[in-house]
Write a protein that binds this ligand. Structure first.
Ligand SMILES: N[C@@H](CCC(=O)N[C@@H](CS)C(=O)NCC(=O)O)C(=O)O
Length: 203
């Protein structure tokens, strides 16, 4: 049995929900409310000493970190396009997983937490990182459908949530036409699921 420890409004948790849905995998959600601090309990720290969601349990295996979980799900349950064995393609995908953990986290994700939850951040830096990231994505998506390879991969899943939630961090995507088309491409895939806060490009 697969179990997912998650928050409903966590973009990193949503990445995994989305991937599980695309892979048509059944799982049991262990939904925490961040206010209850269950993710800091002794019991949960045994699963993830960082005290963060998401955590995935698959039988006896316990995995933390949304990027690592995406790799695992792709390799164990997914077709090759999700995380190809080809060294060049997989390296390109890992570069985007790193971007999701670094620039996305320091940029759009930080802005969202600031405006939604009032967390103190370096606003100037977060806005600068976000602007650089969006310009780079917009340029990259000029002549390609997917971020890392010619096919949908876990790079797209890792990057999508916090870009789709950008407006919650007061970032306007209306001028980023290629990014919007890429989001629409993801949102029209079979088994796509949304999360609270996402404004679909479909309409
Ligand atoms: N690199 C981790 C980051 C996980 C993370 O930041 N999780 C947030 C929710 S999106 C969390 O659990 N925050 C609670 C805390 O840090 O105390 C991942 O990608 O899974």
């Amino acid at each position: 049995m697969i179990e997912l420890f998650e928050f409903s409004l966590s973009g990193n948790s949503y990445k995994i929900r989305l991937m599980l849905s695309f892979l048509n995998l059944k799982y049991e959600s262990r939904l925490f409310n961040p206010i209850d601090k269950e993710h800091k309990s002794e019991k949960f720290l045994e699963l993830n000493p960082f005290g963060q969601v998401p955590v995935l349990k698959d039988g006896n295996l316990i995995l933390r970190d949304s990027q690592a979980i995406l790799v695992y799900l792709a390799r164990v349950y997914g077709e090759d396009h999700w995380f190809p064995g080809d060294p060049t393609k997989s390296a390109e995908i890992v570069a985007w997983l790193s971007t999701a953990a670094n620039e996305v986290s320091r940029g759009p994700s930080a802005l969202r937490v600031h405006y939604l939850l009032g967390r103190t951040i370096n606003l100037e830096e977060a806005n600068q990182v976000t602007e650089n990231l969006l310009n780079l994505l917009e340029k990259r998506l000029t002549s390609r459908n997917w971020l890392a390879t010619d096919e949908l991969s876990i790079a797209d899943i890792a990057m999508y949530p916090y870009i789709a939630l950008c407006h919650q961090g007061k970032v306007d995507l209306s001028e980023y036409k290629n990014i919007k088309k890429w989001m629409r491409r993801i949102e029209t895939l079979p088994n796509y699921i949304s999360m609270p806060g996402i404004e679909l490009q479909i309409t």
